[in-house]
Design a protein around this ligand. Structure first.
Ligand SMILES: Nc1nc2c(ncn2[C@@H]2O[C@H](COP(=O)(O)OP(=O)(O)O)[C@@H](O)[C@H]2O)c(=O)[nH]1
Ligand SMILES: [Mg+2]
Length: 292
């Protein structure tokens, strides 16, 4: 069984990358996601194709969930015998912890894909806002995708590539849109342990709300724009899967941009998850609860 860990900060494009790979693969793939909040939105997005997706409980796989991660991998391997195990740790988890867990299980080969958002990576790095957390994702990667290149100019793409190459000379680096790669995923043969042990997960709060539906598209859109504008605290990322008067939709807020995309399946339970700092939890719950 080969294993791929897909890392990247919140909203970088991890789930998009998995969706693309899963759409084209002929392998028997099992996917493990460790989403933030307890809403399981990534799990639902990825399982649309009838795929085997296991949702790890909310929390951080590199610290409190290490044991859960190890036990879950053992169970998946025993029950399904997948050709390929793909792991999406939450965008606040460091890949080192996942690599250590895999090493303790003697799982090999393991490929690490790091995804960076070209519209913010250089700024984040220079501001040292995330400390060594961003670097951990790059130094451990075999393949780095410079993603969201449709949102920036060529100079920014080049500056991001140069920075990534400086941090990791060994990795393949490629520019992408919606995390789509043309070449097959590389397989790294050696058993491995983390290159450098860097800092830990980021300490964010999460607010998860279930909304009795159906909800109004316009209300959800306005709510997400308000979240992006900072009306409910410093929001790092927000997601929703909702059944609206325009049909089923997913909403995403990442790097201050709001995206709304139709979802292929009807949604049984409307969910909104917000992640950030100094969140106005009560207002978020109240507002999200009245989107209809
Ligand atoms: N414009 C643009 N949007 C993107 C790109 N890649 C991902 N997105 C959007 O960014 C948001 C977060 O993507 P997702 O794959 O869920 O990120 P994750 O949090 O890392 O799993 C979604 O709204 C995506 O549609 C890209 O290359 N360009
Ligand atoms: Mg995701």
């Amino acid at each position: 069984m080969r294993t791929t860990i897909v890392c990247g900060i919140l909203g970088a494009g991890k789930t998009s990358f998995l969706q693309n790979i899963l759409r084209h693969t002929r392998e028997k793939v099992a996917v493990l996601v460790n989403d933030f909040g307890d809403a399981g939105i990534d799990g639902e997005i990825l399982s649309v194709g009838g795929l085997d997706v296991i949702q790890l409980p909310s929390g951080c796989v590199c610290c409190t969930l290490r044991f859960d991660l190890i036990r879950t991998i053992e169970k998946v391997v025993d029950a399904w015998h997948p050709d390929h195990l793909m792991i999406e740790p939450s965008g606040v988890a460091s890949p080192s912890g996942v690599l250590e867990a895999l090493a303790s299980l003697n799982v090999s080969p393991v490929t690490v894909v790091g995804i960076v958002d070209a519209s913010e990576f250089v700024d984040f790095y220079e501001s040292e806002m995330f400390g060594t957390f961003l670097v951990d994702q790059i130094v451990n990667a075999d393949l780095v995708l410079i993603n969201k290149t449709d949102l920036v100019d060529g100079q920014r793409v080049e500056a991001t590539m140069n920075l990534v190459r400086k941090l990791n000379e060994r990795a393949m680096v490629t520019a992408t849109v919606h995390a789509v790669i043309d070449e097959p995923l590389p397989i790294i043969g050696a058993r491995r342990t983390p290159h450098e042990r860097h800092a830990h997960s980021l300490d964010y709060e999460t607010v998860s709300v279930t909304v009795k539906g159906p909800v109004r598209f316009q209300s959800v859109q306005r709510f997400f724009q308000d979240l992006a504008a900072g009306k409910y605290g410093r929001v790092a990322r927000a997601k929703a899967l909702v059944q609206t008067d325009h049909g089923p939709f997913r909403f995403d807020l990442a790097s201050h941009r709001v995206d709304a995309a139709p979802f292929d399946h009807s949604i049984q339970e409307n969910r909104v998850v917000v992640l950030g700092e100094s969140l106005h939890g009560a207002s978020i719950r109240k507002f999200a609860g009245s989107l209809n």
